[in-house]
Unconditional design. Structure first.
Length: 354
């Protein structure tokens, strides 16, 4: 990474915030979006960081993303809430949701928020540390009822999105930060590889005839192919089941999802916080998780690997490195953002030197 062009994380965040404000977003919402996107890049999720910003600006310009207002409270039973996000920025909604749930989770032991009609929520992993720092376990899931790119196991027609689910698990040291999809690959990585004319190393797709393929172009063919669920051709029932569970937690609990008319690029969100103090206690929770972390990290490595890495270890280490040395943006990101910057008369940050 030392040969890559690097940028100050603060400068990137300031640029993204100014750009969103110039496009019409309220400042507090722009700050939430900018922080979340830059955090995605800091943790190495570079298809779900600033790579999304140009698309967000287009959504604002086409009035597909709301820039002001608050979510509508559809239901509130104390430990269980439902919001209608009104197409407001997803990162702001999720961060507001965590703040709303925290005191309720302290009171009730756990608290859950479901958000329908959110806009896209970016990188799920970027939200987890906010909760684990305060001692909570967090579970966050998302689906997009307007998009279909993943076929059910045994089928050839897309029904689902990659349907990510994430969990942040506090320990006495580095938290476990899990961020996985129910599909073999994400839409973002598929689009990047397709644009670059690159094949995947393994068959991650089905063409329209149900034949496995390494070529992301099958997703935009006519008729379209689909992304395979986690487990691929043989064990795809696992990803299929996970996708169904996430659909129930999001669209099912929201009462709004794929059975309804498409509402544009966005998300239906499931968010839950758990306070270990209401169960076995934070010390007992940490003792169990620490034991697991030690048992995994100290596990004899298989040939060809350097050892077991816990979920979140690499992302948090990379974040520390890039906060110190600068963010190494994927080479496609700056060229995609500079036309937006010129349109709103904002300078894209200079690269770091030396």
């Amino acid at each position: 990474m030392n040969t890559q062009v690097r940028y100050s994380a603060d400068n990137l965040q300031g640029f993204a915030q100014r750009l969103l404000v110039r496009a019409g977003m309220e400042d507090v919402k722009a700050l939430a979006v900018a922080r979340t996107l830059v955090d995605g890049d800091l943790m190495g999720h570079d298809t779900h960081g600033l790579a999304l910003l140009a698309g967000y600006i287009h959504e604002i310009e086409s009035a597909a993303m709301a820039c002001s207002g608050v979510p509508k409270v559809v239901s509130d039973r104390g430990a269980s809430l439902l919001w209608d996000g009104g197409r407001l920025p997803g990162p702001w909604l999720v961060l507001s949701g965590i703040e709303t749930l925290a005191p309720r989770a302290r009171e009730f032991g756990s608290a859950t928020l479901v958000i329908r009609r959110s806009h896209h929520i970016a990188c799920l992993a970027s939200y987890l540390e906010k909760a684990t720092t305060d001692g909570f376990m967090i579970v966050l899931g998302s689906s997009d009822p307007a998009v279909q790119s993943v076929a059910p196991h045994g089928g050839t027609r897309s029904v689902f999105t990659p349907n990510p689910i994430a969990a942040g698990i506090p320990t006495s040291g580095t938290p476990f930060l899990i961020d996985i999809s129910s599909s073999t690959v994400t839409n973002g990585m598929t689009a990047r590889r397709h644009k670059a004319g690159e094949l995947f190393e393994e068959a991650c797709f089905l063409d329209a005839d149900g034949q496995p393929s390494r070529d992301p172009a099958v997703l935009s063919a006519e008729p379209a192919g689909s992304i395979l669920p986690v487990g691929g051709m043989t064990w795809g029932h696992k990803g299929f089941g996970l996708a169904l569970m996430i659909e129930a937690l999001t669209g099912g609990l929201a009462g709004y999802g794929r059975a309804d008319p498409a509402d544009g690029w966005g998300a239906t969100v499931f968010l839950s916080l758990y306070d270990p103090a209401a169960f076995g206690g934070p010390d007992a929770f940490a003792r169990q998780m620490d034991w697991l972390g030690d048992a995994c990290r100290d596990n004899p490595p298989r040939p060809g690997t350097s050892g077991v890495r816990m979920p979140g270890d690499r992302g948090l280490s990379l974040k520390r490195e890039q906060l110190r040395d600068g963010v190494a943006l994927h080479p496609t990101i700056a060229p995609a953002l500079k036309p937006c910057a010129r349109r709103y008369e904002i300078e894209f940050p200079d690269a770091l030197t030396g």
